[in-house]
Design a protein around this ligand. Structure first.
Ligand SMILES: Nc1nc2c(ncn2[C@@H]2O[C@H](COP(=O)(O)OP(=O)(O)O)[C@@H](O)[C@H]2O)c(=O)[nH]1
Ligand SMILES: [Mg+2]
Length: 321
């Protein structure tokens, strides 16, 4: 840093970007941390590497806690590896700081793949708020894509709107549902059933699984013209039963999305959201800088402090300048 940030930052970014593209795991881990912390370097890395992306298949997997998402992701990773694919897993779980049980469990199970150079696991759990985590997802996916992973699996906990937003950045969405929770009506109410391409009923070893799958089949969204019929699959993540069928379904889905033009549409919609979000972020920061430096600010603030001007009226006046 002694050369001054102006000259050393682009060099650092170039080095780190090269490391990411060469598939160096340490470079990748460091780069993701920069994205997570939303540093200038993180942003620069994503900009440099963006042209090298678009190759990876991005699959979002969501569902309630305990549904077996992590176990399923580990089993699916095994299947994908057996097919020769390189797999990156991003776990987004604001409820699990690094030391908490659930995530420790995730790591232990995913540790089955710990010695495998073709698997990269990253948790975006340390920073608390889901909204904040969600912002780190597109950049993280960009880096993993640029690093040459064939599949990027995003595991996110919950079935609410924000989780769906996260998986909405994916090419394909898998919802993991578990029998015996009666969560079907909840899912309908929240509009969750509309979103997934595949619904997995995990814990097929539970006697209630088949009935649960049947009721989900009745609630399936209508098939859009020439579209993909929502698949309902049964898995037992702990034994791996049904997981090869899930891997195959994901292949068929991707082929369908590609052939129908839906993949391009989804990616365009995702990139549109991202572009506007980033523009808004820049705009907000710039606006804040300008407003804070506006000479009229202190005078208006005086009036607000003496209650002769309401804050909202002062804000309008400030913006008008
Ligand atoms: N019986 C049974 N248990 C499962 C299955 N899948 C996961 N589990 C167990 O359910 C618990 C929660 O799984 P986990 O993958 O951490 O769920 P997550 O919170 O959705 O990531 C763990 O103890 C798993 O071993 C399954 O198919 N059958
Ligand atoms: Mg989990």
């Amino acid at each position: 840093m002694s050369a001054g940030p102006a000259s050393s930052a682009p060099q650092a970014a170039a080095r780190l970007a090269a490391g990411v593209q060469a598939g160096e795991r340490r470079a990748l881990a460091r780069a993701i941390t920069q994205v997570e912390r939303r540093t200038e370097l993180g942003r620069e890395l994503c900009e440099r590497l963006f042209a090298a992306t678009g190759r990876a298949r991005v699959v979002g997997l969501t569902g309630p806690p305990g549904a077996g998402k992590s176990t399923l992701v580990a089993a699916l990773t095994g299947c994908l590896r057996a097919a020769g694919r390189r797999v990156a897993v991003v776990a987004v779980d604001p409820s699990s700081p690094f030391t908490a049980g659930a995530l420790l469990g995730d790591r232990i199970r995913l540790d089955d793949h710990a010695g495998d150079e073709g698997v990269f696991v990253r948790s975006l759990a340390s920073r608390g708020r889901l909204g904040g985590l969600a912002r780190a997802v597109p950049g993280t996916v960009t880096l993993l894509d640029a690093a040459g992973y064939d599949d990027v699996l995003i595991e996110t906990v919950g079935v609410g709107q924000s989780e769906i937003e996260i998986v909405g950045q994916a090419d394909a969405v898998v919802l993991i549902s578990l029998p015996g929770t009666g969560d079907e009506t909840q899912m309908i109410k929240a509009g969750i059933m509309e979103v997934p391409d595949v619904i997995v009923v995990n814990r097929a070893d539970d006697e209630r699984a088949r009935a649960h799958a049947r009721s989900l089949r009745r609630l399936r969204r209508p098939v859009p013209a020439g579209g993909w019929e929502q698949l309902i699959l049964l898995t037992t993540a702990t034994t791996g039963e049904g997981v090869p069928a899930l891997a195959e379904a994901l292949d068929q889905l991707q082929a369908h999305l590609r052939a129908s033009g839906e993949l391009e549409r989804r990616r365009r919609a995702g990139l549109r959201r991202l572009l506007l979000e980033l523009a808004l972020e820049d705009f907000g920061a710039e606006l804040e800088r300008r407003l804070a430096a506006e000479p009229a600010l202190e005078g208006l603030l005086d009036d607000v402090c003496t209650r002769s001007l309401a804050p909202a009226a002062a804000a309008r006046e400030l913006l008008a300048r």
